[in-house]
Design a protein around this ligand. Structure first.
Ligand code: URA
Length: 265
């Protein structure tokens, strides 16, 4: 996970708008009127950028901050993007898909594998992000997995009771078979035989690396594709893949509650 204290340069007029000083246009006017200072120096140039976490911006002598205006947004992550805010090899990352310039300090809460799609929460609020990931808060995540073969009753029971995987025991999961194996026959094998697949919903609260893939592997099935349909109170719903939307006020309330925090507290 990217450190929430990482910051991004942003246009001064955008910063002023986000800090609630004025609209973007109004902020430009304040700048050209010479009423805006950055670290004590008047800045009138409209393209000027600042680092919101390090520079002090004031208007008519009053310091402006973004501190109390955290952002919570939900991305419907497509496959092929790494969950990191930057990649030394220049591969596509989720930072390419969210408005990092507009919301400095935005970072993903937890991680989805590059080939996993679905719900990924971003926030500038390190306290909420950290609490949502902390095991003590047991935040449920629901995944829709397409797996090889089909689960037996014994395997479902193992997942529901806590399956052994690589020397540890996964916490009990909720399992729901969405599409029965015998209705999903895929002609993939070189010998011409058809391979069974099954679509299963798995709800877990743990978030270890490759958690879901390892749980299915532990009962003898490979995950062919994985989608996170729900993260705590959030659902990707109608967000198109690769797009994001700001969380609603009710969703932010629910996130605080899931994180064991009082909003405004
Ligand atoms: N479990 C996985 O195996 N992969 C993910 O991306 C998320 C959960």
């Amino acid at each position: 996970m990217t450190n929430p204290s990482d910051s991004y340069p942003m246009r001064l007029q955008r910063f002023l708008a986000r800090a609630g000083v004025s609209s973007r246009r109004g902020s430009e006017r304040l700048m050209t009127e010479g009423r805006v200072r950055v670290n004590g120096t008047v800045v009138t140039e409209l393209g000027s950028k600042i680092d919101p976490l390090r520079d002090e911006v004031s208007v008519d002598g009053k310091v402006c901050t973004l501190a109390d205006r955290h952002c919570y947004l939900l991305l419907n992550k497509p496959a092929g993007y790494l969950t990191t805010m930057s990649d030394p090899y220049g591969r596509p990352t989720v930072a390419d898909l969210v408005p990092v310039d507009e919301y400095p300090g935005l970072y993903p809460v937890g991680r989805l594998d590059a080939d996993t799609t679905g719900c990924l929460l971003f926030t500038t609020d390190g306290r909420v992000g950290q609490n949502l990931l902390h095991p003590s808060h047991n935040v449920d995540k629901t995944y829709i997995a397409c797996i090889s073969g089909s689960l037996s009753e014994t395997e479902i029971s193992a997942l529901e009771h806590g399956v052994e995987m690589d020397g540890c025991t996964a916490a009990p999961a909720r399992v729901e078979v969405i599409e029965a194996g015998d209705r999903r026959l895929v002609p993939v094998r070189p010998d011409g035989l058809r391979e069974r697949e099954q679509v299963v919903s798995l709800t877990v609260h743990e978030g270890r690396k490759h958690q879901v893939k390892r749980m299915f592997f532990a009962v003898g099935h490979l995950v062919k594709s994985l989608h996170r349909a729900r993260f705590g109170p959030l659902e990707a719903g109608s967000i198109p893949e690769g797009s994001w939307r700001l969380c609603t006020d009710a969703e932010i309330d629910a996130l605080f509650s899931a994180a064991g925090l009082e909003r405004g507290g």
